[in-house]
Design a binder for this molecule. Structure first.
Ligand code: ADP
Ligand code: MG
Length: 593
């Protein structure tokens, strides 16, 4: 087993040696690969982390390059000022584009980046100010501390320095409170919102960051070439960047780095060898290359990086729970007194078209009690949960949480007020560790932004968040699994992880949708004990459950629903004897068993 950092060390060492052994064209090639890496790292963030696609990154590269070219030639600006101007311009454009498209779901972003890519390319080519198809020449050299950058080896240091800083800062950023929220964008939007994450904000942040990286690459490119023209910023190039990411493996930062190499080097090799073999072959190499890429994507849909990684087995990282041993969990909020009304529903009605899924449901939940909601499949229990947790607001009626009306709030707001929930269909991020999944529940309790975490200024707080998550896992008896990917746990345990995540939010009201489904007998006993402890601590628990023995033993009160109506409400013993309940629900279960 290799030490974990050895491959990184070897890679950096190779980069340091490169300008000493490489000269001329190969070193220049390496610089171009580095510039692509910068753009592709933005795509790893956008596509790999955020699940969003952009074909228009080349346009942002162009904006950086043209800002550099035009401002230093026509306006005689200092090159470094042109970087700031380029970044501001790119940020404004990305914010506008992101703000317009990212609030809509579906294919708006990829389509609008296509349009964006074409429009900017045409703008470069047709604007007389920007030199039309000829472009802009005579860009002054870049100087740093009075040192002029004109040689390839100097750019080598600059470019790969930028690459390594981006890798480092992005790595830190993803390993933080807001980073977890970003990682939840892919496939976990509804869940993340319920944990209080503003998912639109994070999508826009990722889009802007990716655009800024592209801009930096373009800016360096302009000073390396000392002239710019529209060709390298075409839509085709934008698609190639995306391709590099996909070939390398867009799910990982190093996949993005590898992708740029794996794309550029074979292409170069084919170019020189095929033209030597077949004389002046124009498009033949393109065809061979295309086929090669298709084969790669067919064989390695997640890119080549995961396969490359397996070639060098690394030592396991230290268990995360160990590092949090000395840390104090986050402060908890003051809780309502036992017996206070926490939640009050008045005539809550939810319609889906003609279907009335909840019809004028009213009940109360108090601090320090477990209220069970039972009823056959399709009775409307999950719908009611979604109304209460503001995932899907009621059509009419009022819901008061801690005395405040919440029927028109969004789920982030109720999460912030102290309501936390689990889902009937488990919503964990399967590749993220169990601990990170649970830490996502504590999202609203931290405050450092992604900028602070990029520079590791959030470590004290991050330790406390992790300690909180570890505590929640300990209470649920899952501490030993903290470092495993959540998706590798059996379904029953995944439900318990969801409870731990809800607990990490430090709620006053816990909504559990079928928490015991899929658990074995002993696990159910453990869960019941946990819920009893939480109740004794003064938490209000509203739970939907099918296992009647489980419900009857645990619940203080029971509400029975059928066909969207509330049939009965009372103590478990009363419910067992209630004629309507026996007929509609218990009787039905009895018949089928
Ligand atoms: P339960 O959780 O009690 O099994 P649900 O709340 O999931 O029941 O469903 C209640 C009824 O509402 C069912 O008839 C279901 O088909 C319907 N329903 C639930 N969600 C939607 C939706 N988003 N659109 C249309 N109908 C829905
Ligand atoms: Mg349900």
């Amino acid at each position: 087993m290799m030490p974990r950092r050895l491959p990184l060390f070897l890679f950096v060492a190779a980069l340091c040696i490169a300008p000493l052994v490489l000269r001329g064209y190969p070193l220049l090639m390496l610089n171009y690969v580095g510039l692509s890496v910068i753009v592709v790292l933005g795509l790893v963030l956008l596509t790999g982390v955020g699940g969003l696609t952009s074909f228009g990154q080349a346009a942002f590269v162009g904006m950086g390059a043209y800002a550099a070219a035009w401002l230093t030639t026509a306006m005689s600006w200092n090159p470094w000022l042109s970087l700031i101007a380029g970044l501001l311009l790119t940020t404004a454009a990305a914010l506008l584009l992101g703000w317009v498209t990212l609030r809509m779901s579906g294919h708006y972003l990829p389509l609008s980046t296509l349009a964006w890519g074409i429009a900017i390319y045409l703008l470069f080519g047709n604007s007389q100010t920007l030199g039309g198809q000829t472009g802009i020449t005579g860009i002054p050299p870049l100087s740093l501390f009075g040192w002029q950058l004109t040689e390839s080896w100097q750019f080598h240091i600059l470019i790969w320095g930028v690459v390594l800083s981006i890798v480092w800062t992005v790595h830190n950023m993803l390993d933080s409170r807001e980073g977890r929220a970003m990682r939840a964008l892919k496939g976990g939007v509804l869940m993340a919102e319920a944990m209080g994450v503003n998912t639109t904000r994070f999508k826009i942040i990722l889009f802007v960051l990716a655009a800024q990286y592209a801009c930096v690459a373009g800016w360096i490119y302009a000073y390396m070439q000392r002239f710019v023209n529209p060709t390298p910023f075409s839509l085709g190039q934008g698609i190639e960047y995306l391709f590099m990411g996909v070939v390398g493996g867009i799910g990982d930062l190093w996949g993005g780095v590898a992708g740029s190499f794996l794309y550029a080097l074979p292409r170069e090799w084919l170019h020189s060898h095929l033209s030597a073999l077949l004389g002046r072959s124009g498009s033949f190499e393109g065809i061979v290359f295309g086929v090669l890429m298709i084969v790669i994507l067919q064989r390695a849909p997640e890119g080549l990086w995961p396969h490359l990684r397996r070639l060098w087995p690394l030592r396991e990282p230290a268990p995360v729970t160990a590092s949090t041993a000395g840390a104090t969990p986050l402060d908890v909020r003051p809780k309502p007194a036992k017996g206070d009304t926490i939640l009050r529903l008045d005539a809550v009605t939810k319609r889906f078209g003609g279907l009335v899924a909840n019809n004028a449901i009213s009940f109360e939940v108090r601090a320090g009690e477990v209220l069970a909601l039972i009823g056959p499949n399709g009775a409307g229990k999950s719908t009611l949960f979604n109304c209460i947790s503001a995932v899907n607001p009621p059509s009419s009626g009022s819901i008061r949480f801690l005395g405040k009306p919440v029927e028109h709030c969004d789920s982030r707001r109720v999460a912030r007020m102290g309501m936390s929930r689990t889902f009937q269909h488990v919503r964990l991020l399967p590749r993220m560790s169990v601990l990170d999944n649970v830490a996502l529940g504590a999202h609203l309790r931290g405050r450092h932004s992604f900028v602070a975490s990029a520079w590791r200024l959030d470590r004290a707080q991050e330790l406390r968040i992790q300690a909180t998550a570890r505590d929640a896992l300990e209470r649920c008896g899952l501490c030993a699994k903290a470092h495993l990917p959540a998706g590798s746990l059996p379904l029953g345990s995944q439900r318990v992880v969801e409870i731990a995540r809800a607990l990490a939010a430090d709620p006053s009201l816990l909504l559990l949708d079928e928490p015991a489904a899929g658990l074995r007998y002993l696990e159910k006993r453990e869960l019941a004990k946990l819920l009893e402890r939480l109740r004794d601590e003064g938490l209000a628990i509203l739970l939907v459950e099918h296992d009647l023995d489980f419900v009857m033993e645990l619940a203080d009160r029971v509400v029975v629903m059928d066909f969207g109506e509330k049939l009965a409400e009372g103590m478990p013993q009363e419910i067992r004897r209630h004629p309507a309940v026996i007929e509609a629900y218990l009787g039905g279960v009895g018949d089928s068993t």
